[in-house]
Design a protein around this ligand. Structure first.
Ligand code: PGA
Length: 259
């Protein structure tokens, strides 16, 4: 992490887990475990129905509430969709877009991710997109990781101004490391995160690249977080499984604080 230029962000991704009846207990357990003077931003990206309850439960904890997806449409006949305005209305501050699970199971393309980023960045919405990119194991073995990542980053940021990119977060999540317990080594994660920053520098400028928070995600946990967060281009984490356990999540937040 480079705290001079970027604020660390520890974002939990609850995916399709947890129930509204359990969120208060989660927040109550998390509260005493959070560091007093926190330099990092903590976020919980939760399923849509849990947003109001989690927002209430974490009040006063300096934890922001995030969503895991958003519609590209403003309103109307889009059964099952949730608009950016609805999220903004609920006080949502962050929204994951282009997660590999959405790309794999819901056919999300870079063009769709790009449209979602633009929607979230609209002035009256102002939700920070957490744009996920990452290669599969096959791509890593074929040695096309960097080309793939570059394509995803360029696709997601297409048509955005430098000012807009400075309001985004990118999460590098190797698909083979998600939910598998197989974390990328600190060297592997740093290499790709540094590369993402280089891609952004070439597309925009040094200032934009320097200020962009780049998170690592993929089996980040209480044990490996400190090592990953010590890397110069890893500015935080997008945490799935471990964010469902207050104790583990707080250890990662503490690691970001101490780094
Ligand atoms: P994981 O998930 O930490 O459970 O591997 C990370 C993610 O998918 O965001």
């Amino acid at each position: 992490m480079n705290k001079k230029y970027r604020k660390p962000i520890i974002a939990g991704n609850w995916k399709m887990n947890m129930l509204s009846t359990k969120t208060k207990e989660f927040a109550d357990d998390l509260k005493p475990l959070l560091p007093k003077n926190r330099s990092s931003e903590a976020v919980l990206c939760v399923p849509f129905p849990l947003i109001p309850g989690v927002a209430k439960a974490v009040k006063g904890l300096r934890v922001s509430v995030g969503a895991q997806d958003v519609s590209v449409h403003d309103k109307g006949a889009y059964t099952g969709e949730v608009s950016a305005e609805m999220l903004s209305d609920l006080g949502v501050k962050y929204c994951i877009i282009g997660h590999s699970e959405r790309r794999a199971y819901h056919g999300e393309t870079d063009a769709l991710v790009n449209a979602k980023a633009k929607k979230l960045l609209e002035k009256e919405i102002s939700i920070t997109p957490i744009i996920c990119v990452g290669e599969t194991l096959e791509q890593r073995e074929l040695d096309v990781t960097m080309e793939w990542i570059s394509m995803q980053v360029k696709g997601a940021l297409s048509g955005l101004s430098g000012g807009e990119v400075r309001k985004c977060v990118i999460a590098y999540e190797p698909v083979w490391a998600i939910g598998t317990g197989k974390t990328a080594t600190a060297e592997q994660a740093q290499e790709v995160c540094e590369y993402i920053r280089t891609v952004v520098r070439k597309l925009y400028d040094a200032r934009t690249a320097r200020s962009l928070p780049i998170l690592y995600g993929g089996s980040m946990n209480a044990k490996n977080a400190a090592e990953l967060l010590a890397c110069p281009d890893i500015d935080g984490g997008l945490i799935g499984g471990a964010s469902l356990k207050p104790e583990d999540f707080s250890v990662i937040i503490n690691a970001a604080n101490e780094e």
